[in-house]
Design a protein around this ligand. Structure first.
Ligand SMILES: NC(=O)c1ccc[n+]([C@@H]2O[C@H](COP(=O)([O-])OP(=O)(O)OC[C@H]3O[C@@H](n4cnc5c(N)ncnc54)[C@H](OP(=O)(O)O)[C@@H]3O)[C@@H](O)[C@H]2O)c1
Length: 342
């Protein structure tokens, strides 16, 4: 049985480990993580530790102890126990790890993110298998190249291929790759959100808390508010209050205001520069009572919403008007806010 160690337990490493286990002539000695109990490692624990876990660094050992995740040894221990290492660490790490593999005279296979110079052979199982035979260090082609070569080699072997021209439509990120930006993913912040905390700073008489979820859209935020008013209020009364506010536009889902994009489009139809909207929008049909509380959803056009209040700040800082009412009225007037109310 060939003893295999997998170093790097991320997207590729997890799959390599699963693949090795399926080989009847191979034995998976274990997998090696970096320093933290990543989600992949937590999942390994939740699955009952089917693979022994080694860690490149033990600096966070207490975190593993707290989570009751057993560590079977260090990277060097795994290397010593293995005949060959599959290195699936983050691009560039394999080159450094190679020193350890060389130290223990162990063969290693690197992944596509490493420089070609990490290996003796740039390898593909079909196209140049013979070149890899007996070599100590092999580097795999990338995912695209692997698949591409599979197809081209297949035709080449059958009928010969003179040339190929390729267009790659490349996926931008793997699921859960938050470091590449939000792609088909939602991200949750720790509570309370800073907006709730900020609200309390500005309005200390109101208790506020909240949760923020990032979403990969660019046209406006939506906030749902569950308010506990001091005196009971129904939808009709709330609408009356909102409708009097020049920086709040009440819109109806039934009219086509189905969400943030509809408001952005409406702002463009109005001819607002860049599709800006100074006002927030309340979706009429979201207003609903819950016991004594009342709930509703608002749209925040993030690019322009702070402009009116910033101009108010100028008025305040320079004491331009004698009262707040006069100051904001002037700001509203100059910015054309509340036009829809007339
Ligand atoms: N993703 C793909 O679709 C794909 C396809 C083909 C080839 N590849 C190649 O495969 C390799 C791995 O990519 P991946 O997508 O699997 O990356 P990944 O999901 O980020 O996994 C890399 C893992 O390596 C760990 N690691 C970093 N330094 C380490 C160290 N010194 N010792 C042990 N573990 C360490 C990381 O842990 P921490 O996060 O805790 O640092 C992470 O869990 C790269 O060369 C990449 O180019 C990727």
């Amino acid at each position: 049985m060939i003893k295999v160690g997998v170093v790097g337990y991320g997207v590729i490493g997890q799959r390599l480990a699963d693949g090795v286990v399926l080989q009847k002539d191979m034995e998976l000695i274990g997998v090696c993580g970096n320093a933290k109990p990543t989600l992949a490692i937590r999942a390994l624990k939740e699955k009952g530790m089917p693979y022994k876990l080694y860690m490149a660094s033990l600096e966070n050992k207490e975190q593993f102890d707290e989570l009751d995740i057993p560590i079977s040894g260090t990277l060097e221990d795994l290397v010593k126990e293995s005949d060959i290492i599959l290195d699936a660490t983050s691009a560039g790490v394999g080159m450094k790890n190679k020193e350890i593999y060389m130290k223990y005279n162990k063969k290693a296979i690197f992944q596509g993110g490493e420089k070609n110079s990490v290996a003796d052979v740039f390898f593909h199982g079909y196209a140049n298998f013979d070149k890899g035979v007996g070599q100590d260090y092999l580097k795999l082609t990338s995912c695209n190249t692997t698949g591409l070569i599979r197809a081209v080699d297949c035709i080449d072997k059958a009928v010969g291929v003179e040339k190929v021209a390729i267009t790659i439509v490349r996926r931008v990120a793997d699921p859960g790759d938050y470091h590449r930006g939000l792609t088909n993913a939602l991200k949750v912040d720790t509570a309370p959100s800073h907006q709730a905390v900020d609200l309390m700073t500005i309005m200390p008489h109101i208790e506020a808390t909240g949760i923020l979820v990032h979403t990969p859209v660019t046209h406006g935020h939506i906030i749902t508010v569950l308010a506990t008013p001091k005196e009971e209020i129904n939808k009709e009364k709330l609408l009356e209050i909102f409708n009097k506010h020049p920086r709040i536009r009440v819109v109806k889902i039934a009219d086509g205001f189905q969400g943030n994009a509809a408001l952005f489009r409406y702002a463009r139809d109005l001819g607002n520069p860049r599709g800006d909207m100074y006002e927030i929008a309340v979706f009429d049909e979201t207003i609903v009572n819950s016991g004594k509380d009342i709930m509703f959803a608002i749209n925040i056009p993030q690019e322009a919403v702070v402009i009116p209040e910033t101009i108010d700040a100028i008025r305040a800082a320079l004491n331009l008007q004698p009262t707040q009412e006069e100051a904001v009225s002037l700001t509203n007037e100059y910015l054309g806010l509340g036009k829809w109310m007339k």
